[in-house]
Design a protein around this ligand. Structure first.
Ligand SMILES: NC(=O)c1ccc[n+]([C@@H]2O[C@H](COP(=O)([O-])OP(=O)(O)OC[C@H]3O[C@@H](n4cnc5c(N)ncnc54)[C@H](OP(=O)(O)O)[C@@H]3O)[C@@H](O)[C@H]2O)c1
Length: 261
């Protein structure tokens, strides 16, 4: 499959390139900064430079690459969670508007499936762990509520497209190389400096996923059947031609596939 990966130089993008190539796909890795093009090249993918916020640029890029599948891993997050509040507005613009440009451009060139990064840690578990059925915490205070509403909008965009098959992957907090939660990551450094207090009884539960595991699941989402394909193969009832036989004299003869069996 030919895949365009947006956010290719990020914490998930890099292991995802390796995984997709191992599984035999042709991967085009999109980055915004030219200095990251050699990174993509070194990982074995075809590098392509593009700013998701440049709508015309996205249409031109998609027209040039013409992938079967687009994977949106666009983020604009800081290297330290302590700077999150300042960066969230720009991150939201990138995901909503930049991702929207990418999504529209993908549809325009006939992309078959669009895989969207979403979030599993702002879900509302009712008295236990949240599941796929759980709603996002859109009524949470401040930035959490705003982010949850953003993820809700992203999910709606891909799942209700009607033309492309949409998949929204609700990842946990990423850990692994290049993340906040790796031994050299910003969160770990803040903990070691004693800068992360436990607030109240500290009973909030963090669900993590290693970036390599996220890459494995994302690669699997390329092939998993969409809801409609499952429905076709399991729920269609067929239709009787009895009435057409008796009223119209229908005698179906053109069934060559039956003769070949
Ligand atoms: N959901 C999450 O991703 C998430 C959640 C919580 C915490 N974090 C933490 O945030 C940190 C960074 O995560 P990350 O790897 O996702 O971010 P990242 O390393 O900054 O990667 C973001 C990717 O998006 C691309 N990009 C950014 N702006 C773009 C634009 N306008 N047009 C096209 N591409 C653009 C970047 O390309 P360039 O590099 O070329 O700019 C890069 O490939 C990690 O430490 C992680 O632990 C992430």
């Amino acid at each position: 499959m030919k895949i365009l990966l947006a956010g290719a130089s990020g914490a998930v993008g890099r292991p995802l390139i390796a995984r997709l190539l191992r599984e035999g796909h042709e991967v085009w890795g999109m980055v915004r900064r030219a200095e990251n093009l050699p990174v993509i090249q070194a990982l074995g993918a075809s590098p392509v430079e593009g700013d998701a916020l440049d709508r015309a640029g996205m249409f031109a890029l998609l027209d040039r690459v013409r992938p079967d599948v687009v994977i949106d891993q666009l983020t604009s997050l800081p290297s330290s969670p302590f700077d999150l509040a300042q960066r969230l507005p720009a991150d939201r613009v990138l995901r909503l508007e930049g991702g929207g440009n990418l999504h529209d451009a993908a549809r325009a060139v006939g992309v078959r499936r669009y895989i969207q990064q979403s979030c599993g840690f702002y879900l509302k578990g009712e008295g236990g762990l949240a599941t796929e059925e759980s709603p996002l915490r859109t009524d949470a205070p401040g930035g959490i509520g705003e982010s949850a509403r953003m993820y809700e909008a992203l999910e709606k965009r891909v799942l209700s497209d009607g033309v492309m098959e949409g998949v929204a992957l609700r990842y946990g907090f990423f850990y692994g190389p290049r993340t906040w939660y790796w031994p050299d990551g910003a969160f770990s450094l803040h903990v070691r400096k004693g800068e992360v207090p436990v607030i109240g009884v500290g009973r909030g539960m963090f669900s993590f996923i290693h970036v390599d595991d996220a890459a494995q699941a994302t690669a699997a989402a390329l092939r998993r059947l969409g809801e409609e394909a499952v429905y076709y193969q399991n729920d269609l009832s067929g239709a009787s031609n009895q009435r057409a036989r008796s009223f119209l004299g229908l005698e179906p003869k053109n069934t060559p596939w039956l003769e070949e069996i």
